[in-house]
Design a protein around this ligand. Sequence first.
Ligand code: PA5
Length: 423
Amino acid sequence: MNEIKVNLEFCKNFINEDEYESIFNKVKSALVLLESKQGKGNDFLGWMDLPVNLKKEFLEDIAETAEKIRNQSEVLVVIGIGGSYLGSKAVIDALKGYFNTQGMEILFMGNSISSTYISEMTEYLKDKDFSVNVISKSGTTTEPAIAFRVITKLLDEKYGEKSSERIYVTTDATSGALRKIAIEKNYKSFVISDDIGGRYSVLTAVGLLPIAAAGYDIFKLVEGAKNAYHHCNDNCIAYVSARNILYSKGKKIEIMANYEPKLHFFTEWWKQLFGESEGKELKGIFPAGVDLTADLHSMGQYIQEGERILFETVLNVLTPNADVLIPSLPDDVDGLRYIEGKSVNYVNQKALEGTIQAHTDGSVPNIVIEIPVIDEFNLGYLIYFFEKSCGISGHVLGVNPFNQPGVEMYKKNMFKLLGKPGF
Ligand code: PA5
């Protein structure tokens, strides 16, 4: 199998044919509504045709800028929060070797207000050659703005007048403080178009520049997204139908489970995508995540025997990037003879199969997403597949999947407490 596939085999005891038939039509209507661009939030659909609209010249500009960054620095600091960092972090973590320190180091900043993190980052950067990609669509978000101030000071101290050659800005075309700064200081900049929200922006300069700087093939990533653009509707319908039937039956929490820790941040990206898109008007499935098998030794107990409000979406990577044989021993002191000579991935697959069986036996339905291998092409496909599924699912739920009004509440309180003028 070399195509990504949504497998509903392990949901079938929880969803009968009539239920599937009736939601199927609703999901198809939501898909038509999304594609007709007449639904709620239709001013934020720029991501939909992006895979086929991205110009070769734009991708080449990104690739050349990335090359320039790699030539001038050993570290790229990516400043951004939410949709302005989770996508690139997800792709880079999924592609990079666990212990591979070759190539450009990509560090993320501005995704918290931890003084310890900022302080340790500046200390770490003192002896490094580094560049900065500051990303904020609004150009006014507090967390990245603080980080950018601190980093600009460090850059100025280190590189003087030449510091501006190491700053790359990704922001709105005209509004926001960051655009103003980019114009004033003549920083190299990229535009996030008005009709693309943060969490749907991985395939814009927001995600592509850090991914390219890390050394990965953005052309293949876009190819994968293009493949999804043309062919993912059946997978979207299957996924959206299953999760919405399960939701209507009281399964209010969806846990994304991976058996490859490299995918941890892919889950984080997915959590933001679905959490911010669907969690409104007192509705929405709560997206959570586990890294298995590690979390079978912590969250596994709850999943098996806690409240029956869960279902899982399992990312099953069929071919690992590398494999290892379990060595033979002359005696069987550790009791592992029964798997001697087997590959570690074979054991991981049996863990996955055994866990799916145990969890479904314990009334936790499993949607399985089969992924041939982790590479740029398949990640591109997955990104677009989940974005489209999220748009469709939001319409099934009846919410606007492209806004996030609730995010403003904490900001108002924080600004008031900080004495920001106007609050
Ligand atoms: O999805 C979204 O729109 C948000 O999560 C934003 O990405 C996040 O709040 C960061 O906003 P900005 O890019 O404007 O700094």
